[in-house]
Design a protein around this ligand. Structure first.
Ligand SMILES: Nc1ncnc2c1ncn2[C@@H]1O[C@@H]2COP(=O)(O)O[C@H]2[C@H]1O
Ligand SMILES: [Fe+2]
Length: 275
């Protein structure tokens, strides 16, 4: 938990980050989630990223990397990530099985660090909001204390805070029952640290960029199935899988862009009612 990744920046003062989220990989590469082969869509996303020839300093993976708790699924995730020169850090989502996740990713050379110092001006903190066995999230006292301590230690750094579950409603009521349950406790910690202006999530399989109590809260498309925004009941979207780029600037500004695959190769089975 205490390990720190110190990132020296190749591209000058700004930090270039690639976010990959909710890959939902299986032990078997032919397996599908709601009609989408998650290994194929992950591969297609990685190929599109490579084709864009965009450099990054860090890859962040924000949970639900595996769908079936298997070590093999995490090995597949690592196999994809190995194509990047930049280091990768990760946090768990509700579907992840942390013993397998931790050891398979560690064995593949992926750092378990939950704090990254990126250049002189920024830090990236990764929280664990998993409540094992249920889809909603919660930050334990341990996580909240850890966060407070890390923020107290580095008051001069701007902080990008990463967690799987969304602290602010997404507008999909069926998903919002699975949100971060104790968002108020997180808010109370963050109130004391005005340099935490940006939060980044996965989980909701759709793009979101809204204000949460004076901060910016972003969420990012999954590399596999997408959920349709503003739906009361479980509804899949036919929009393509995606990923997010972020740039953290020396003056504390953050710029970001969501990209998606071209074409309709990874349309899910829209008659599915859940998983
Ligand atoms: N029909 C459904 N109604 C409510 N929740 C669902 C349904 N289907 C799946 N879920 C849960 O909602 C979660 C949202 O994204 P996850 O990938 O974390 O995993 C999903 C499931 O745990
Ligand atoms: Fe999730």
């Amino acid at each position: 938990m205490e390990s720190l990744l110190n990132l020296s920046l190749a591209g000058g003062a700004r930090v270039r980050i690639l976010q990959i989220t909710d890959t939902h990989l299986f032990a078997e590469k032919h397996e599908t989630l709601l009609g989408v082969n998650t290994w194929d869509s992950y591969q297609a996303v990685l190929a599109a990223i490579r084709a864009s020839q965009r450099e990054c300093d860090l890859v962040v993976a924000t949970g639900d990397l595996a769908q079936d708790h298997s070590s093999a699924a995490y090995q597949h995730f690592a196999e994809g990530i190995a194509g990047f020169a930049a280091p990768c850090v990760w946090l768990p989502g509700n579907h992840d099985f942390q013993p397998a996740m931790y050891s398979a990713l560690q064995d593949a050379g992926i750092s378990p660090a939950k704090r990254v110092y990126a250049g002189d001006h920024w830090q990236i903190l990764m929280l664990d909001s998993q409540v094992f066995g249920v889809p909603h999230g919660e930050l334990s006292d341990f996580q909240l204390d850890w966060l407070e301590q890390r923020l107290t230690e580095s008051p001069e750094r701007n902080t990008l805070l990463l967690l799987h579950h969304h602290p602010h409603p997404s507008g999909c009521s069926w998903l919002d029952q699975h949100s971060l349950r104790n968002a108020g406790a997180l808010d109370r910690v963050l109130m004391r640290f005005p340099r935490v202006k940006n939060l980044l999530c996965g989980h909701i399989h759709q793009e979101m960029d809204i204000e949460w109590n004076g901060r910016r809260m972003m969420a990012t498309p999954s590399t596999c199935v997408q959920f349709k925004p503003h739906c009361a009941n479980f509804t899949l979207d036919t929009i393509a899988p995606g990923w997010r780029w972020l740039e953290l600037h020396a003056d504390g500004m953050l710029t970001t862009e969501v990209c998606r695959l071209d074409g309709a190769q990874f349309r899910p089975d829209t008659a599915s009612e859940g998983y």
